[in-house]
Design a protein around this ligand. Structure first.
Ligand code: GAL
Length: 337
């Protein structure tokens, strides 16, 4: 076996998308490749990596369920001389990672926040913040990007935070430490889970007063959680309108955007990430140095990385960004203009 690929879970459309795109991209190569899912468990992830090591892989492409916990799996591979490529999410606090392919995750957060800023009028706009799983290094990068753009607009009164006392306590601080972000994320995390996102939004709405609602602005970290949170806000009679962000251009959310139930998503063209990961693996299998565009510090080392840009999609450019680009077919949706 040449290459082993390990993805976090099959329970989220995002990673099923990556599996599909890998299979498409690999069908014309002569390399032997196996794709395994960790079903949201670091123990299962380690089991998967051990199984692939036993099959003699030379390159491991892995998107960690938990960035820290995955260090053990990466170290087991490295001990066998296997090259480790961190995929989309960074494995942290180990020197057993050789390369990283990713999207610009800080730009994702900045794009989500800028969309809210562009839609806001006047002062005192109610702002509800939600984040990804604290075990995912990307959740910190997304939040850092969002805070870069939102903090000045919170400090000048454009937005008023309604669901995080930790964020309110830090609202005059442009740059947050990892610990400060962890304190905020602890109060607003969705753990990338649809039901947890819905429950947290409903709890926030129950706790909020009527004057904390009306026309609200919601930072939702990805599409799965965005739909759950949007449904909760749409069901609240004191919410007049909402602007909600997203990420991943999941089909269900693209339909929500067409139907006006979600405002935007950040499109990450997984075809590019897959192409970059496979190109890196091929170079490594041929003993060549893969192309990279920069580095990411993972808490232990500076990991060489290849980063891809992201695209904002809302009602106005769904067709151009997702249909004309061949990412999806128009027949996947109803009401496309
Ligand atoms: C992130 C990833 C996102 C998102 C999320 C949930 O790490 O970059 O695209 O979907 O995980 O799995």
């Amino acid at each position: 076996m040449d290459v082993g690929i390990v993805l976090p879970t099959k329970d989220e459309p995002r990673w099923v998308q990556d599996e599909t795109r890998f299979k498409e991209a690999l069908k014309d190569t002569d390399y032997s490749v196996e794709i395994l899912f960790s079903q949201g468990s670091s123990a299962k992830e380690k089991e998967n990596v051990d199984a692939l090591i036993a099959k003699g892989i030379k390159v491991l492409i892995i998107c960690p369920h938990d960035g820290n916990a995955a260090a053990a799996a990466a170290e087991a591979a490295k001990k066998e001389g296997i090259k480790v490529i961190s995929y989309d999410r960074l494995i942290t606090n180990t020197d057993a990672v050789d390369y990283y392919v990713t999207f610009d995750s800080i730009a994702v957060g900045e794009a989500q926040a800028q969309y809210l800023v562009d839609k806001a009028k006047g002062k005192g706009n109610p702002l509800y913040l939600y984040a990804g799983a604290a075990s995912d290094n990307n959740a910190f990068l997304f939040f850092e990007g969002a805070w870069n753009v939102l903090q000045p607009k919170i400090a000048d009164g454009t937005f008023v935070i309604k669901n995080s006392s930790e964020a309110v306590a830090l609202q005059n601080k442009p740059k947050l430490t990892r610990d400060e972000m962890a304190r905020i994320i602890g109060q607003i995390t969705t753990n990338w889970d649809f039901n947890e996102a819905k429950r947290r939004a409903e709890d926030n709405l129950t706790a909020a007063k009527k004057e904390d609602k009306g026309n609200v602005f919601i930072l939702a970290p990805n599409d799965g959680t965005a739909r759950a949170i949007a449904d909760a806000f749409a069901a609240d009679k004191d919410v007049t309108s909402y602007v909600v962000t997203g990420q991943d251009a999941e089909k269900a959310s693209v339909q929500y955007i067409i139907d006006g139930k979600q405002s935007m998503t950040v499109f990450k063209d997984v075809r590019t990430l897959v192409k970059d990961a496979i190109a890196m693996a091929k170079d490594l299998l041929q003993g060549k140095e893969p192309e990279t565009t920069g580095t990411y510090n993972n808490g232990k080392i500076d990991v060489k990385a290849k980063q891809t840009e992201v695209i904002v999609v809302d009602k106005n450019n769904v067709k151009e960004a997702l249909i004309d680009s061949g990412y999806y077919n128009a027949s996947d949706f109803t009401g496309i203009q």
